[in-house]
Every structure is written in structure tokens, then in C-alpha cells.
Design a protein. Structure first.
Lengths: 286, 158
């Protein structure tokens, strides 16, 4: 096995593309090293991307925020501008693992590990976040929901790296929120999760909405019918009931030791209602 | 297999070592450098027994490659006491009997040190939350939390 720490994203992409055997990207390592330890992966090449200029930074631009692939989730929680603009994304990122894991784990890693239960992903999908994907000689920007294609699988080609996650700057009267259900109080994998992002008009009615559910399908799902239910409403009781029904219906969950299909469907509706209510309040809705 | 040459700082000292590319920093500390304070509990980042501080961040050294230590600052439990003078956290862990078998203790002490460095006056809830990445299977957590509370008040007064 070789360990290489390139100084540019182009070199990193070239190394990954040119490797003969199994190549792995190392940022926080909180998934990769566990999989290596368990014998699930034996990389021939590890490309550590942490020395690449800019990847360890959160940049605030005219368009919004660019979160580098090597930024640990703990740093997201310490960035007050990001926390103010996207509290739902930050609260989701901060739920991943313990203090020790927070110091290492990244939202790009969480996305590319492609777990249906990844905590940051429903919040990112709801936020309309985009992924900057760099390959050898290529660069494209895609919606985050286009990255995972199934449990442990992504749409990224050999040699491609997600360099950063982009979040738009905030429109007035906007708010987002993320909630998950776990059987204990901390540090567990979501049984069901929901991310909601809302923008209100001047009368406090929902003008635009995005809602994503986690752990209820092979990938995180964007529930477009949920947005249709929310838009034009002030989140009255009837709207929330319809929202819950639509979200329960959109689930395609599995039965496993952490939750049954029936339980996951029901909880998806409950979490969608609660996350929407929090997002609405954060957007200034009453 | 060729080794990776690594130059790093551990507890303030410049240290150089050779390691295998897939070797964890925990294994390097214990097996190559003789720093056996950090313990391997689970080896998968769940128990916190191998906690160290890497560039001011608390991390599990089992989830860090030795090669990643290049050019960085590593703090381990061996750097906590000054000679025979124990750190207030170590002293309070003794006074409150906040350990039995002791395997989790170095990790708890590093996590508590990191917690108090960032939040010198934590509530009980903040202590419990801050130490949630460390598992203890024999002492229980109440004595540990009380030791950290006591150490925090001593350190504030110092």
C-alpha cells in the first residue's frame, strides 16, 4: 500500500485516475480507517487530500459558502456565519459521531460514503447544496443528491473527487432544520431523519420549500410532493397533517433491527412535521 | 514494503519515525515510540480509549494514520503531568476514585483536558456530552463527571 499527500487537486485526481488497484481518498478517515480495520477494503493507494490548498477552509463568497472537502464537522459548528445562515445543515453535521469523530469527519466524506442514513445529507439536499466534482482535467458542479446512487455507491467516476460543497447565500425570511430519530440520546445512526428548508414571503406564507428524508430508501430522497403541500401555507395543522401523510407515503424503507417499515413510515411523517415547524420559526414565521 | 518517514512533534518534542503506510498513529505511539498510555479499546473510533489531541483537536488515534502526523502537533497522556506534579484532572480522578481498571482513563483525561481548554466552566450536561465519546465499563460515569467538575473549579482558581 502507498500513502501519498498531494499538494494540488489536479495531482490528487491524476493519482486516483492512474492507480492500477483500489484507491481511496483520505480526509477525516472516520469511515475509511474503520473499513480498513474491518477488512472491508484493502486500498493499494491512499490519497490524503488534507494538504491541498483551500480544502481545509470554509470560504464565504458573494454566492454563499464553499465548504472544502477536508473541513472537519467541528469547524462547521464553530463558524458563526454558516451557523446563522444554515443552522439545519450545521446541526446535522454536528450530530455525526463523538467529539473525537467531529474533529476529523467531513460532510463530503459523509456524502461520498453514501449511507442512506448519513446525517448531513438530508440537510444538504434540503438546502439545495451542490458538490464541486474535480476529475483529471474536468470540473463540474452537481446537486448533492446526484452523488449517492445506493448504499455505499456513488455516481463519481474513477479519479473524481468532491472538492467542496456549495451553499447559497440566504434569501431573507429563510430557515432550515434537521431532525433524526435514534433509540438513544446521542451518537447513533439515524433510524429515520428529515431535513427541511423554507423561504417565506412577506406575509409569512411558504414561498419555496425543500424536504428530504434519510434512512427510508436506498438513498436520501427529496420529497417533491412535500414542497407542493408546504408552498402557499402558513404551516397550519391541516397542512402539517397532509405533509406527514405525503412523507410517510414517499418512504421505501426496509425492516431491520433498528426499525420496522411501519415504524419508519410513521416517524418520517412526524419528523417532517417537526423539522418543518422549526424551519418555519427560524425563517421568522409565526 | 518501504516505510513512510514522518517528522512530527509529540508533547513538545521533535520526533521522527518510520511507519507503514497503513499503520495507525495509535500503533505508532504504542509499538514504535513506547508511548503506551493511549489504549486500543475498539480500534474503530467508538470507545475513545486512544484519545489524543492532534493540532488542538481531540481525535481517536486509532482513526489517524501515523503518516498523517507529519508536521503536526500531537499531545498524548504522557505529556499531561509535569514530572511528578500531576495535572489537576489526574489529581481529581485519584481523589474521586474516578477509575477502576484504568483502561479508559487516559482517554477520559485527554477528552476532559480538551473540554476544559475550550469550556473552562462546563455544566454537568456539557461534561457528560463532551465525554460521550469515551466509554467506561467498570467505574461508571458519575465519579468521572464529579472529578472533572472539581478539577474545573481548581483550574479556574489557579
Amino acid at each position: 500500500m502507498r500513502y501519498i499527500r498531494p499538494l494540488s487537486i489536479e495531482d490528487a485526481a491524476g493519482l486516483l485516475a492512474g492507480s492500477a488497484g483500489t484507491a481511496a481518498i483520505l480526509a477525516g478517515g472516520s469511515d475509511l480507517l474503520v473499513r480498513m480495520k474491518g477488512g472491508f477494503i484493502e486500498p493499494d493507494l491512499i490519497v490524503d487530500i488534507k494538504a491541498i490548498d483551500g480544502l481545509g477552509e470554509i470560504r464565504e463568497t458573494a454566492e454563499g459558502f464553499s465548504i472544502g472537502a477536508a473541513v472537519p464537522c467541528a469547524v462547521l459548528g464553530e463558524n458563526t456565519a454558516l451557523q446563522k445562515a444554515w443552522p439545519g445543515v450545521v446541526e446535522a453535521a454536528k450530530l455525526i459521531g463523538s467529539k473525537q469523530v467531529q474533529g476529523r469527519c467531513t460532510i463530503v466524506g459523509n456524502l461520498c460514503n453514501a449511507s442512506p442514513a448519513a446525517d448531513s445529507v438530508p440537510a444538504l439536499v434540503a438546502a439545495g447544496a451542490k458538490a464541486v466534482v474535480v476529475g483529471p482535467g474536468t470540473r463540474r458542479t452537481i446537486a448533492v443528491e446526484a452523488v449517492p446512487t445506493g448504499p455505499g455507491k456513488t455516481s463519481l467516476a474513477k479519479g473524481e473527487i468532491v472538492e467542496a460543497i456549495l451553499l447559497d447565500s440566504r434569501l431573507p425570511r429563510s430557515g432550515d432544520a434537521y431532525l433524526r430519530f435514534i433509540p438513544r440520546t446521542e451518537m447513533d445512526i439515524a433510524v429515520v431523519s428529515a431535513g427541511v428548508n423554507l423561504t417565506l414571503d412577506e406575509q409569512g406564507r411558504v414561498k419555496s420549500a425543500r424536504l428530504a428524508l434519510g434512512a427510508v430508501a436506498p438513498t436520501v430522497i427529496l420529497v417533491e410532493e412535500a414542497a407542493e403541500v408546504l408552498i402557499g401555507s402558513k404551516l397550519d395543522e391541516a397542512t402539517l397533517e397532509r405533509l406527514a401523510k405525503v412523507c410517510s407515503g414517499a418512504c421505501r424503507p426496509i425492516d431491520d433491527k433498528r426499525g420496522t417499515i411501519e415504524f419508519r413510515r410513521k416517524v418520517a411523517g412526524v419528523l417532517a412535521k417537526r423539522a418543518a415547524t422549526t424551519a418555519y420559526a427560524r425563517a421568522g414565521g409565526k | 514494503m518501504a516505510g513512510v518517514a514522518v517528522s512530527t512533534t509529540i508533547n513538545g518534542d521533535n520526533v521522527e519515525f518510520l511507519c507503514q503506510p497503513d499503520e495507525t498513529l495509535l500503533d505508532v505511539l504504542r509499538d514504535r515510540l513506547g508511548l503506551t498510555g493511549a489504549k486500543e479499546g475498539c480500534g474503530t473510533g467508538d470507545c475513545g480509549a486512544c484519545s489524543i489531541i492532534l493540532d488542538d483537536r481531540l481525535v481517536c488515534s486509532c482513526l489517524v494514520l501515523g503518516a498523517e502526523a507529519e508536521g503536526r502537533h500531537v499531545e498524548t497522556i504522557e505529556g499531561m503531568a509535569h514530572g511528578d506534579r500531576l495535572h489537576p484532572l489526574q489529581q481529581k480522578f485519584l481523589e474521586h476514585a474516578a477509575l477502576q481498571c484504568g483502561v479508559c482513563t487516559p482517554g477520559f483525561l485527554m477528552a476532559a483536558k480538551d473540554l476544559l481548554a475550550k469550556n473552562p466552566d462546563p455544566t454537568e450536561e456539557e461534561i457528560r456530552f463532551g465525554l460521550a465519546g469515551n466509554l467506561c465499563r467498570c467505574t461508571g460515569y458519575d465519579k468521572i463527571v464529579r472529578a472533572v467538575q472539581d478539577a474545573a473549579s481548581v483550574m479556574k482558581g489557579a
